[in-house]
Design a binder for this molecule. Structure first.
Ligand SMILES: *Cc1c(COP(=O)(O)O)cnc(C)c1O
Length: 361
């Protein structure tokens, strides 16, 4: 039986990538040792590291005006690193709050600066993206932070905010990076934990406009300074070498498949099929998100009769559709359908949903 993994993260990886890693696991290339066992400063690993960066630069068309950083600590560490690097104590930082991850960015940001919530969808239960013309971004904001895809709520921005003046735009792209093309030049900082759409947990990608590298607080620990990563090829200390290698394999896999434009085409179609299955279920299933803010990556849904949720989860899991349980704060189901989720997985879920509704309607 094939198993399709709908986990929100750590999430599904391309089968071809896992198989390649398996083949190379014990002896990498001519080195005679595993990637996990080699010095991060060896010629072999430097080659792995540089190829991963070059591939990511090609995929997202990242210019030389940007540093590409490989860090640890997850997106959660970025909630602190961004204010430490881009603001001074007492500065105003503007944050758009569209759900649980933005809320965490607000809370952590408050430890370092004056957070101004520029817009919030809290009043509708974080089920929409606030209309851009309603945002209030103070002109002296050190930066504007937003979360292009709220992984828990399944709320995605289908536009890039057009920030006035020279306020750097900062995006937590953890669960949407590489799912579609994005014009990196519109951003000051993009960051993303790997375990949704890039690779295994343990590495975090930063794409930082080089002129912003100079703004860090003097007293920041060196591991919290973007410039220290940029100046050292992300090797201030031992980086997470194996996740870095795995990320490189995923980037190569994406390039072989036609890159992010092709992924966008596939992802939009996959998500479209799943939302129409929910919408055409005659009220059996529901997704609470405003249609123009529905995520291509994370699709939460509930059953009209909540008492059927446990049966749905048990039976879908027995049918090979695993990790569909919704976030503990939301309940119901959540299907995460990242780049590595094949069409067949989404189609198998839709077929199961239709069958389950017919049996329990
Ligand atoms: C998963 C996630 C995070 C947290 O990532 P960690 O690696 O656990 O720190 C933050 N933001 C978004 C949008 C996420 O999806």
């Amino acid at each position: 039986m094939s198993v399709f993994n709908f986990s929100a993260g750590p999430a599904v990886l391309p089968a071809a990538v896992l198989e390649r890693a398996q083949n190379e696991l014990v002896k990498y290339g001519d080195s005679g040792v595993s990637v996990m066992e080699m010095s991060h400063r060896s010629a072999e690993f430097i080659d792995v590291a540089e190829r991963a960066e070059a591939s990511l630069r090609r995929l997202l068309n990242i210019s030389d005006d940007y540093a590409v950083l490989f860090m640890s600590g997850g997106a959660t560490m970025q909630f602190a690193m961004v204010p430490i690097n881009l603001s001074a104590p007492g500065d105003t930082i503007a944050i758009v709050n569209t759900g649980q991850w933005s809320t965490k960015a607000v809370k952590e940001g408050q430890r370092f600066a004056n957070v101004h919530v520029a817009a919030s969808s809290e009043s509708d239960g974080f089920c929409s993206v606030p209309a851009f013309d309603s945002w209030d971004v103070p002109a002296d904001s050190a930066y504007l932070h937003y979360t292009p895809n709220e992984t828990i709520g399944g709320v995605e921005f289908h536009f890039v905010p057009d920030v006035a003046g020279d306020i750097p735009l900062v995006a937590d792209m953890s669960s949407t990076i590489l799912s579609r093309p994005v014009d990196v030049n519109r951003f000051g900082v993009i960051y993303a934990g790997a375990q949704k759409n890039i690779g295994p947990a343990g590495i975090t990608i930063g794409i930082v406009r080089k002129d912003l590298l100079e703004r860090a607080r003097d007293d920041a620990p060196s591991l919290f300074k973007y410039k220290a990563y940029a100046d050292s090829g992300s090797m201030i200390n031992t980086p997470p070498t194996f996740p870095w290698y795995m990320a490189g394999l995923v980037f190569e896999w994406l390039e072989e498949r036609g890159g992010v434009a092709e992924m966008a085409r596939i992802n939009e179609a996959k998500a479209g099929r799943l939302y129409s299955a929910i919408d055409s279920s005659g009220g059996f299933y529901a997704n609470p998100v405003a249609p123009d803010a529905r995520s291509w990556m994370n699709v939460p849904f509930t059953i009209h009769d909540e008492s059927l949720t446990d049966a749905f989860l048990a039976q879908s899991s027995a049918a090979g559709l695993v990790q569909l349980k919704g976030h503990r704060s939301v309940g119901g189901m959540r299907a995460s359908i990242y780049n590595a989720m094949p069409d067949e997985g989404v189609d198998a879920l839709i077929a199961f949903m239709s069958d389950f509704a017919a049996r329990n309607g």
